[in-house]
Design a protein around this ligand. Structure first.
Ligand SMILES: [Zn+2]
Length: 154
């Protein structure tokens, strides 16, 4: 862990500098965060977030917010990556749910269509049967009339 001041005793309280994950929004003291550039030898020109109060009063070895910008951004990136993973999982779940739903719907539609087709075929068959009967009656009647006619003529 890199600190601005190597002389730090590491007495970080529960709200200490090492506890901040990601880009700090404000310090625990209520002060806003400022972005500064380090002028220390171990970290020259390295940017860092600092409590506005601590920066204004040039505090040293304090517990006010301190966070390297690159580390903060790395944290944010990791959090985002985690969130992306969660989102991807959710998306996958939604997709499988949708697929199953589609499958069920198409199965239902298939069944419905088959049922309707079956009913239609049945209807057509019964209709054909009755029309056949009608045809038979017509033919029989026609024959009888023909016979009767020929008898009348003959
Ligand atoms: Zn502060």
């Amino acid at each position: 862990m890199s600190n601005l001041s190597s002389s730090s005793t590491g007495s970080t309280g529960p709200r200490g500098r090492g506890r901040v994950v990601g880009v700090p929004k404000s310090c625990w003291c209520g002060e806003g965060i400022v972005a500064l550039i380090s002028k220390s030898d171990p970290n020259p020109y390295r940017r860092y977030f600092r409590c506005g109060f601590a920066a204004k009063h040039r505090l040293r070895n304090d517990d006010h917010t301190f966070k390297w910008v690159d580390e903060a951004l790395l944290n944010e990136l990791e959090t985002l990556r985690g969130k992306n993973c969660e989102l991807e999982l959710e998306l996958k779940e939604l997709r499988t749910e949708r697929l199953e739903f589609d499958k069920k719907v198409s199965e239902n539609v298939q069944m419905k269509i088959e049922k309707e087709l079956f009913e239609k075929v049945e209807d057509a068959l019964s209709e054909a049967k009755t029309s056949n009967k009608k045809m038979m009656i017509v033919v029989v009647l026609g024959c009888m009339i023909m016979i009767g006619f020929t008898k009348l003529v003959g």
